[in-house]
Design a protein around this ligand. Structure first.
Ligand SMILES: O=C(O)CCC(=O)C(=O)O
Ligand SMILES: [Fe+2]
Length: 228
């Protein structure tokens, strides 16, 4: 197996991480729990800061991008490929959560810049995080933010470890562009939608959408566009 991973739901919540740890260590494992909880809390803070930079850069109030969410932290291990090979570790996709932060211990993450032109993110310091715009942020920003197609490719003789924090809104969260981002020059691209409906639609048939950021369009076209 080339890839394995596990996710901890609501990882900035100590009890949630503790419950997860007790599945493997019935007597608890404070070091594991503390480490994951601290990491999740700090990644969540970093994500908040980036959201603030986004709203600020559009001249919006902080609460234009505000919702209740949970942070899912996933730990991943990619085995080194056979000697001399360049192998796929994770298929090309865009992220369905609102946003994602990723850190990796060796390079492997690639992003698509033009159709079929891939760039490997190299020389990231061990303390670097990559911020990935999820599909819902494209709708929120009325098309300004682009969910990047990304994948993991493995080369060399070392295994790769990465950690991702996914921002997943609570049930009932509605995604819609703030009115300041909609005008005659920028008509509303996507009707407001329930995040969880979209998420469930997205994961119901991932094969259909694996290589494209067009899922939102497909989803949105199920319902007629609204005019303001
Ligand atoms: O392992 C990585 O660096 C990327 C993983 C990823 O893109 C994902 O889980 O959505
Ligand atoms: Fe991803």
């Amino acid at each position: 197996m080339l890839y394995e991973g596990f996710g901890v739901a609501d990882a900035s919540n100590y009890d949630s991480v503790n419950n997860f740890a007790q599945l493997m260590w019935p007597n608890g494992q404070p070091r594991f729990t503390d480490t994951i909880h601290t990491l999740a809390t700090q990644m969540e803070e970093l994500n908040k800061l980036i959201w603030l930079m986004l709203t600020d850069s559009y001249g919006l109030q902080e609460d234009s991008l505000k919702m209740n969410y949970k942070t899912l932290v996933r730990m991943m291990k990619y085995l080194a490929p056979r000697p001399g090979e360049y192998e796929r570790g994770f298929f090309a996709h865009t992220d369905k959560p609102i946003s994602t932060l990723i850190c990796e211990d060796k390079s492997g993450l690639e992003i698509e810049v033009n159709n079929d032109q891939w760039i490997k993110l190299t020389n990231l310091s061990p303390s670097s995080f990559v911020f990935i715009v999820g599909d819902p942020l494209k709708a929120w920003s009325n098309g300004r933010l682009k969910p990047v197609n990304h994948r993991v490719m493995m080369s060399g003789d070392k295994d790769r470890y990465s950690i991702a924090a996914f921002i997943i809104p609570n049930e009932g969260t509605i995604i819609k562009a703030p009115k300041e981002l909609i005008d005659e020059k920028h008509p509303q691209l996507f009707k407001e939608f329930d995040f969880m409906d979209f998420f469930l639609y997205a994961i119901s048939d991932p094969a259909k959408h694996i290589d494209s950021g067009e899922l939102l369009h497909a989803y949105a076209s199920l319902s007629p566009p609204v005019s303001n």
